[in-house]
Design a protein around this ligand. Structure first.
Ligand code: MLT
Length: 262
């Protein structure tokens, strides 16, 4: 399904019984909402779940580039408005976590819980910014496939696992423009660390023990700064921990959400 939000078409899906508390899940870069399939299946008995494709990724349109990270946050809040979702638990993985954390800081009244998965609050370092610039240049020069093949070894602890091929297939569906815009948006995102101590909602921080992109040290740091946050390091998982350790991931999320739901 899709809706026109902020002048673009956003592709989304709603699962789970009507009347249950809402859970909104925001996917990582450069994937789409399909990466949440295992979580949707695990949560859909208890919760009403919204997943959607970020602008410029999957089946969602980009709009005129450049679009900063704040535009992705605007989309999330506007999509919730359009679907009549007054309050939700919000989960984000990696880039999805950058968006979720910023949304929770911008509109705290809209969320009853926050799941920060394989993500961090710090902005890019100068070295990281230069890496993004090189990535954008490479995308325009060599295309999406070369970029995706370059990312693949960093995504999972076991890059030879079948999940790697599934991720590759998702990455190949994206355009150069949509992928490059997301890189530039992450490059320009602000530091959400100063706002961590003001978060007043229940927060679960999850990270794969072998996360090579947003290592567990960053998750530990975030969890230490957020009042009452719960931290769980998932063994035998890399960056896309919901795909690599789905059972442990789902069990943690379900236990947490059931304990704090309104
Ligand atoms: C992601 O998985 O969303 C990105 O790799 C995060 C990043 O590059 O900072």
């Amino acid at each position: 399904m899709d809706l026109s939000i902020n002048g673009i078409k956003l592709d989304y899906q709603v699962d789970g019984p009507e009347g249950r508390p809402w859970v909104v899940l925001v996917h990582g870069f450069p994937f789409n909402r399909a990466t949440w399939k295992g979580q949707v299946e695990a949560l859909a008995k208890e919760f009403r779940i919204l997943t959607y494709d970020l602008r410029g990724l999957g089946a969602s349109q980009l709009g005129p580039a450049p679009q900063p990270l704040e535009a992705y946050v605007d989309d999330l809040l506007a999509l919730m408005d359009a679907l009549g979702i007054a309050r939700a638990a919000l989960g984000g993985l990696s880039m999805g976590g950058y968006i979720a954390l910023r949304a929770a800081q911008r509109a705290p009244e809209r969320f009853w819980a926050l799941l920060l998965c394989d993500t961090k609050s710090e902005p890019d370092s100068d070295e990281g910014k230069l890496g993004r610039a090189a990535g954008i240049k490479a995308l325009h020069g060599n295309g999406v496939e070369a970029f995706a093949q370059g990312m693949l070894p960093k995504l999972l602890l076991r890059p030879g696992a079948p999940e790697a091929q599934a991720l590759l297939a998702l990455m190949l569906k994206n355009s150069v423009e949509g992928t490059a815009n997301a890189l530039a948006a992450m490059q320009g995102r602000t530091d959400t660390t100063p706002g961590l101590k003001a978060l007043k909602l229940p927060v679960l921080v999850l990270v794969g023990s072998g996360d090579a992109i947003t290592p567990s040290k960053g998750a530990e740091h975030m969890a230490a700064l957020i009042p009452g946050a719960k931290l769980k390091i998932l063994e035998n998982a890399g960056h896309v921990s919901n795909l690599e350790a789905p059972e442990a991931f789902n069990a943690e999320v379900l236990t947490f959400l059931k304990a704090v739901k309104p």
